[in-house]
Design a protein. Structure first.
Length: 360
């Protein structure tokens, strides 16, 4: 069966028959036309689909993580799948103040990078869910499903806890946003229920209520804008009839360079990495899926030489610049031991060009 290659500038370039796609920081490539594809992601590239509820692009797989050489087999409809190199882009926002008095969605503007945003007003699920019927005979906790909000809203999620074979509580893990009325809650049995002599639970029911009227439930990035951003942009809210909403931009960054100062007693090469320093400000609402969980971080792996017993950037090799939501704190390992009297490392953050492979 012949291989087919499609999309702008894609051709078979190696013996495996893959089309090679180099994406600079901030670039996207549509998986088109419709058909089955095998995608081998570059280290910094993500495979995305368009989420019809959230009305923005999300990663295929667990979390909006970055490829790292992973392989995906997908059927693309020709419209709703793409590859994206998000390094050097702002990709989300941590809501730090929900504000009040909003009657419509305010306009959210980034100070740099040209990213586009949508604020979601009110309609959050209250963290206190009433279990109206615990049901009976459950061996394994059932999956909890909240009905989806209207398009543009944020879906709510949660999980059940059992006590004596009945659902005792429902814990809300994402409050969601944009619900016009309280979502219905469904309980779906674990597939092991009713099998191999295990009883099948039934009749669990719960009722949700809404909260957050007139406040901002979340801020969704609908376009990451241009790549190569080396500083965190600020987000400004205007209009909507309310006030005081605030959010901190979440970056998708990789380490592009570093500058060491001070430090003595180093011998040979060291392993330089970084620990992500995600903003420690508490979120206004519980929505980690679209805030702290938006980017799957990965630590860098950098070979750091020494000169005269001091660390240097001359001759350094960045095997993997990692993925970070903010400027990381440095971690240095020398001769297998973590250095405690470490040099001061200033990281340069941004985006890089990355190559992926695709065939159909």
């Amino acid at each position: 069966m012949p291989l087919m290659f499609s999309g702008p500038g894609v051709s078979a370039t190696n013996k495996l028959g893959f089309g090679e796609i180099a994406l600079p920081s901030g670039a996207c490539w549509p998986v088109t036309p419709a058909g089955n594809y095998e995608v081998r992601l570059g280290r910094y590239t993500v495979l995305q689909y368009f989420d019809q509820t959230l009305q923005t692009w999300r990663a295929v797989g667990g979390g909006d993580g970055i490829g790292g050489g992973s392989v995906h087999y997908i059927y693309s409809d020709g419209t709703n799948f793409r590859l994206a190199n998000l390094t050097g882009c702002v990709v989300g926002a941590l809501l730090t103040n929900h504000g009040s008095g909003y009657t419509s969605a305010p306009v959210v503007t980034a100070s740099a990078g040209g990213s586009l945003w949508r604020a979601v007003v009110g309609g959050l699920v209250n963290t206190s869910v009433t279990v109206s019927n615990g049901g009976t005979n459950y061996t394994y906790q059932p999956t909890v499903l909240f009905s989806t909000p209207p398009a543009g809203g944020i879906p709510a999620t949660g999980y059940a806890t059992l006590s004596g074979g009945a659902v005792s509580t429902v814990t809300v893990t994402n409050q969601g946003g944009g619900y016009a009325s309280p979502p219905t809650i469904s309980f779906v049995n674990d597939p092991r229920e009713g099998q191999n002599g295990v009883t099948a639970g039934y009749n669990a029911a719960a009722v949700a209520t809404l909260t957050g009227s007139g406040t901002i439930a979340g801020v969704i990035c609908i376009d990451p804008g241009t790549g190569g951003q080396a500083a965190v942009p600020t987000l400004a809210f205007a209009g909507g009839g309310g006030s005081a909403a605030a959010a901190t931009a979440i970056m998708c960054w990789t380490i592009t360079a570093y500058t060491p100062t001070a430090g003595t007693g180093y011998t040979g090469n060291s392993l330089l990495s970084g620990l992500d320093a995600f903003p420690t400000t508490s979120p206004a609402y519980t929505n980690p899926a679209t805030q702290s969980g938006w980017v799957k971080t990965r630590n860098a792996q950098i070979l750091m030489p020494e000169s005269g017993g001091a660390p240097t950037a001359t001759g350094a090799v960045i095997y993997d610049g990692g993925i970070y939501t903010s400027t990381p704190t440095s971690l240095i390992t020398t001769n297998g031991a973590l250095v405690t009297q470490t040099a001061t490392i200033a990281f340069t953050m941004g985006g890089v060009t990355d190559t992926s492979y695709i065939r159909s």
